[in-house]
Design a protein around this ligand. Structure first.
Ligand SMILES: Nc1ncnc2c1ncn2[C@@H]1O[C@H](COP(=O)(O)OP(=O)(O)OP(=O)(O)O)[C@@H](O)[C@H]1O
Length: 246
């Protein structure tokens, strides 16, 4: 569960977020929509620890994250994808995914050293099996040895998703995941997201996609939450129509 409570962010005179309160229960997929500049990316930056809020708190499973930076939050299981997919271009697809679980040990590092050679080989095998299974789920198994930089944007997005879900995230934040995906890829993306156990926050401009993929929608406008509910009630909300859906 992720609890965003009374969060405000100011950039000089601009209130990017004002008193935003959203609690997403464990396992829920919650869409975040709103016009350009509404504060969606800023909200993701606050949850992932890239931006310190001017006010308010973010709690993960009851734990206040104020003193935990972006790396610490990643270690607690917070994962994110970006509007422009961020992959390691000079690594292969499988190595992009393996990189996500390297810190747990297996390929190297302290944990692997501590369990000794035999345990280390077992961890490494399990890690590779998990990574291969994730590539399969994301429809990119055939690309495992391709360099990520050589892939078109849609496939890079799937690599980024595979890396984000490779080691069972607690919270998954997806920023405009369908831009650059064709219809088939978008459908697969939604299917993969539906299959994860994580709590999911999904920013998306494709309203059809977000309404289909999310059980709940939060609408931001000028940094405030103007609606929060199931897709049908949000779609019919006059304030949402005026601000965004038109
Ligand atoms: N680093 C920054 N410095 C100053 N203002 C910023 C900064 N980042 C964002 N803003 C402002 O904060 C507000 C919210 O921006 P944000 O990028 O979070 O919106 P968004 O909903 O993600 O928009 P989009 O849909 O265009 O990605 C905007 O008015 C933006 O100009």
């Amino acid at each position: 569960m992720i609890e965003i409570d009374g969060v405000g962010v100011r950039f000089g005179g601009v209130h990017a977020l004002r008193d935003v309160a959203v609690t997403v229960p464990q396992g829920q997929t919650c869409g975040v929509i709103g016009p350009n500049g509404a504060g969606k990316t800023t909200l993701f930056d606050v949850v992932t620890g890239l931006r310190r809020p001017s006010e308010g708190t973010v709690r993960l499973a009851g734990r206040d994250l104020a003193g935990t930076g972006a790396v610490g939050r990643a270690r607690l299981g917070v994962r994110r994808t970006f509007q422009r997919p961020q992959v390691f271009g000079r690594l292969t697809v499988i190595d992009n995914v393996l990189a996500a679980s390297e810190w747990r040990g297996g390929g190297g590092g302290l944990a692997a050293d501590l369990v000794g050679w035999r345990g280390r080989r077992r961890l490494e095998r399990e890690r590779r099996e998990r990574a291969a299974a994730v590539l399969e789920r994301c429809g990119i198994a055939a690309l495992r040895d391709a360099y990520a930089a050589d892939l078109p944007i849609g496939q890079r997005r799937m690599v980024e998703l595979a890396r984000a879900i490779a080691d069972d995230p607690a919270v998954l934040l997806l920023d405009e995941p369908t831009s650059g995906l064709d219809e088939e890829q978008a459908a697969l993306f939604a299917e993969v997201v539906a299959g994860v156990e994580a709590t999911v926050l999904l920013v998306e401009h494709d309203v059809g996609f977000v309404m289909g993929a999310c059980e709940r929608i939060v609408v931001l406008d000028l940094g405030r939450v103007i609606a929060d509910g199931d897709p049908a009630s949000v779609r019919d909300d006059p304030a949402v129509r005026a601000a965004y859906l038109g």
